[in-house]
Design a protein around this ligand. Structure first.
Ligand SMILES: *Cc1c(COP(=O)(O)O)cnc(C)c1O
Length: 222
């Protein structure tokens, strides 16, 4: 994994220190998380609040937990003071609740805006067209900092097919970054999974979210 990431960085003339690997541990037991932890990984991704909380209590304190799945407003209060970053903010209503709970707990929360980059009806995320307005609206809220963008590209056997989406999201990210005068929008770009993370890195990803490629296939029936 590390070698593939380094090779992709080299092809794109990027410094590997710009890219952070998030090990997506959803459905996987704490024992496997600890194996990855012992191998040096500190960033882990979960897509469900309940599962994240259970693992949070049982794992070392220096793990940075990333919430990467859809987040319901009524669950925000459980996680605002536990996560390093929320990748899946796609409405002002959700951002307002994160802000409200963060003020209450006196913390500041880093978030990314999730973009439905291929306009898939099955996916969450704000539309490409509405993304910038949402970023601007969130910047006005207290105790929440929007750092960049996230997308989940379509499922495909051929990762090259997703290159255009990664390129599109990267351009939008740079565009927004240039327009923002407050420079808290640092242009973080969370994109690429097991099947397409190398292409995503070539197109500018700063976080790649890899599950199967680290932990093996998931079994949702246990
Ligand atoms: C499950 C998941 C991943 C990891 O998927 P793999 O194909 O197993 O690497 C990445 N991002 C999100 C949002 C996910 O839900």
């Amino acid at each position: 994994m590390e070698e593939n990431i380094e090779a992709a960085c080299k092809r794109a003339s990027r410094d590997p220190s710009e890219v952070t690997l998030i090990a997506v541990s959803k459905t996987k037991p704490v024992e496997l998380i600890m194996e990855a932890y012992d191998a040096g990984i500190r960033d882990f991704g979960e897509n469900k609040v309940q599962e994240l909380l259970e693992k949070y209590d049982r794992c070392p304190q220096d793990i940075r937990w990333h919430l990467i799945g859809h987040l319901q407003t009524n669950k925000v209060k459980y996680i605002v003071d536990k996560v390093a970053m929320i990748h899946s903010v796609d409405s002002l209503k959700l951002a307002e609740e994160i802000s409200r709970q963060a003020v209450k707990k006196n913390v500041s929360v880093d978030i990314l805006v999730e973009v439905n980059i291929a306009d898939e009806t099955t996916k969450y995320g704000i539309s490409y067209e509405e993304c910038q307005d949402l970023v601007v609206a969130i910047i006005g809220l207290p105790n929440i900092t929007v750092r960049g963008l996230m997308c989940i590209a379509p499922y495909t056997e051929n990762s090259e097919e997703n290159r255009k989406y990664f390129e599109k999201l990267c351009k939008l990210n740079v565009d927004i970054k240039q327009k923002m005068s407050n420079n808290t929008f640092t242009g973080v770009l969370s994109m690429g999974m097991t099947g397409d993370y190398e292409v995503a890195i070539e197109e500018g990803a700063t976080y790649v979210r890899v599950g199967t490629g680290i932990f093996g296939e998931r079994n949702y029936n246990i």
